[in-house]
Write a new protein. Sequence first.
Length: 147
Amino acid sequence: MRKLSTAIAFILLATTLSAKAVKTVTITGTEQMKWDVATIEAKPGEQIHVVLKAAGSMPKAAMAHNFVLLKAGVNAQDVATAAMTARETDFIPASMKDKIIANTTLAGGGETVEVTFKAPMKPGTYPYLCTFPGHFAVGMKGELVVK
């Protein structure tokens, strides 16, 4: 019985420690097509949980946001351009999937979407953007800085 309770205590401790190891970042996207978080800092391999909140009252078809994290060196403009015709996949272009580390679905006004991912092991700067048409062009972009 003692071995069983020790094992359970160990599992509970490990679960608690791993839950604390996840870094949560909340980002709000507005109808002015701006993020309130333009830089996320992380350690190599750190678990990141991004919570994207869409503020506003416009219909989702007219104004929505997503979070799309790209691999290092990927041209965000190329992804944004390809996304313009990918409405059926929440503006995540199938032709660019190999360039994306993580992404959310679209969030309309008042909605929240989330994604959890592991930061790249290689230190560097990784761009993120909203791929809803036109949003990247007016500044809905940021950087994950791994160091």
